[in-house]
Design a protein around this ligand. Structure first.
Ligand SMILES: Cc1cc2nc3c(=O)[nH]c(=O)nc-3n(C[C@H](O)[C@H](O)[C@H](O)COP(=O)(O)O)c2cc1C
Length: 354
């Protein structure tokens, strides 16, 4: 048997088990980015997870990439999150806020601003706005001052997160959003100190992590990465070199954890793992019909200290109980992933109510 059900210390808090809920954008906040009662119900249903990691939360209006995603950049949002974190804590779990600046993903019709990025390189695809789906636009290249302001926006959002009762923040450097855009070879074409060499391309994520850690304490800070992930048109020519450099640059910081999303070869995962001596949470590639097998492989194999699962938690509010019995599992319905109401959100049955 694995140690999936043994507690684990993550920075300043202890998670009751090692089956974490991975971050999932569900687009059910208000158009002003305020979390709702329905969101509280959804997260509380899933409080069997040792750690609940929220959906991506924008640290500023310009950092919003999708409609009806929540923010942590004003008092109203922060107060509403407080209700939600209280409920998750009362249900026995811990909760980190994922801070996500979408960078070049977004639209002026969504935020009133042209999206920003390391360089003016348009992303493939589009995003939903109040006027329907629109193609992504050519983003504006951030100036030096704006880069520093964006670091400060992450710090302010992290402070708000702690004020709202979160146990910590997970900084989103994965899946093609702003921090990974800086890391990439194709969206970061800068020739100043923020682009070019590996040392320069890791600078922005490193500065964000360091500044947030200095503000709220490194034990309350985590980093999510997805080495080699090509989502949203990202190109990384040498992910092993890039992420080894990134993690080496952070090695002095006792972060709560690094969270790696695996999208390719296990060999790359092992190389990245070797570069990080602190706690590693892995969101592995696995057979979605048998998440318990992923736990056994990753935890017994010593590949990571905890596992994060996304779609199994989306579809199974009582995933922990189902993992103990190795199933059965509900299947996630992609039609209700992004936006809508309680349907496909809080109405997945648990074993006792099935
Ligand atoms: C509906 C949905 C929304 C997602 N939103 C986010 C997000 O906001 N932040 C993030 O880092 N990853 C996000 N992801 C990626 C997941 O965290 C996870 O990496 C991916 O689904 C693979 O894990 P799984 O096979 O356990 O589902 C999302 C995935 C899904 C299915």
């Amino acid at each position: 048997m694995t140690n999936a059900f043994e507690p684990i210390t993550i920075g300043a808090t202890t998670a009751a088990n090692r089956v974490f809920m991975a971050p999932m954008t569900r687009n059910r906040a208000t158009l002003d980015g305020v979390p709702t009662e329905l969101m509280t119900e959804y997260y509380t249903q899933r409080a069997g997870a040792g750690l609940v990691i929220t959906e991506g939360i924008q640290p500023s209006r310009v950092g919003q990439g999708y409609i009806a995603t929540p923010g942590l950049h004003n008092a109203e949002q922060t107060a509403a999150w407080r209700t939600l974190t209280n409920a998750v804590h009362a249900a026995g779990s811990t909760i980190f806020a994922q801070i996500m600046h979408a960078g070049r993903i977004g639209h002026p019709l969504l935020t009133g601003f042209t999206p920003v990025a390391p360089s003016a390189v348009r992303a493939p695809g589009g995003t939903h706005t109040a006027e329907g789906r629109k193609d992504n636009v050519v983003p504006r290249e951030l100036t030096e001052d704006e880069i520093l302001q964006t670091v400060a926006d992450h710090v302010a959002a992290a402070r708000n997160a702690l004020e709202a009762g979160f146990d910590g923040v997970e900084l989103h450097a994965a899946n093609g959003y702003l921090l990974q855009q800086f890391l990439s070879d194709n969206v970061n074409l800068r020739t100043d100190r923020w682009g070019g060499s590996v040392e320069n391309r890791i600078r922005f994520p490193v500065e964000v992590v360091k500044a947030v850690a200095a503000a709220v304490g490194p034990e309350r800070v985590a980093l999510r990465i997805s080495p080699g992930n090509t989502d949203l048109g990202i190109v990384e020519n040498d992910p092993a070199e890039l992420y080894t450099a990134l993690l080496n640059a952070l090695s002095d910081l006792p972060l709560a954890y690094v969270h790696m999303r695996e999208t390719g070869e296990r060999d790359l995962t092992l190389k990245v793992r070797a570069a990080w001596a602190g706690p590693l949470v892995l969101n592995p590639l696995y057979d979605e019909h048998a998440p318990h097998e992923a736990l056994a492989e990753v935890l017994e194999g010593g590949i990571a200290d905890a596992v994060a699962l996304a779609r199994p938690y989306l579809a199974n509010p009582d995933l922990i109980a189902r993992i103990r019995t190795e199933g059965p599992y509900n299947t996630a319905d992609p039609k209700t992933f992004y936006g809508g109401d309680a349907q496909g959100y809080t109405d997945y049955p648990s074993i006792t109510s099935a």
